[in-house]
Write a protein that binds this ligand. Structure first.
Ligand code: FMN
Length: 167
């Protein structure tokens, strides 16, 4: 049987909510960045993080780097993240080759994960907006991820499950 797991890094809970729903759709366990098991027996690793200053959060980058030591070589990886901004043109790319925020984030996650190791990054990815919390209070994007976004996250997990079953 094919084995999968959902891993995430979350400061204020948005990415955790999404991770839980993806795991529900996949019918597998989910773990935060402090509780990552040895991944040797897993076939698919679903990896999530969030955005700070237009980039992957520092904690997120650190945990992705840590995955190198957890036996992810040769595995399939599916990526997801949450961010405060909608998927507009990334302000730091405006003057060069304009790229959407999603592209920039997924590229940076992919770059860390594939450095010096063979990992298959799946084309299936998930992104949604998350509320911006300051001192625990939602200040912007109130209510995100919405119920609809969480349903989409679950559907993303279900889609990955079907794909795994057909492999
Ligand atoms: C200090 C801080 C900086 C942020 N910077 C950005 C940013 O540059 N671009 C963006 O899209 N979202 C930004 N956000 C929003 C977060 O990416 C968003 O709220 C995310 O869903 C948080 O995930 P979490 O609840 O799992 O920690 C920022 C949030 C915080 C707290």
């Amino acid at each position: 049987m094919v084995k999968a797991i959902v891993l995430y890094n979350s400061r204020s809970g948005n990415t955790k909510k999404v991770a839980l729903k993806i795991a529900e759709g996949l019918e597998v366990e989910f773990r935060d960045k402090r509780n990552i098991p040895d991944l040797i027996d897993y076939d698919l690793i679903v990896v999530g993080s969030w955005v700070i200053m237009g980039r992957i959060s520092f904690g997120g980058a650190r945990y992705l780097k840590k995955l190198h030591r957890k036996n992810i070589a040769g595995k399939e990886v599916a990526l997801f993240f949450t961010s405060g901004a909608p998927d507009d043109i990334h302000p730091m790319t405006e003057k060069k080759v304009p790229k959407k925020i999603k592209e920039v984030m997924f590229e940076s996650m992919e770059k860390i994960l594939t450095k010096k190791q063979q990992v298959t990054i799946l084309p299936e990815r998930f992104y949604c907006m998350g509320a911006i919390r300051i001192l625990g209070k939602e200040k912007e994007n109130i209510g995100h991820p919405t119920d609809e976004e969480l349903m989409q996250a679950k559907a993303f997990g279900e889609k990955l499950k079907k794909q795994l079953e057909n492999e």
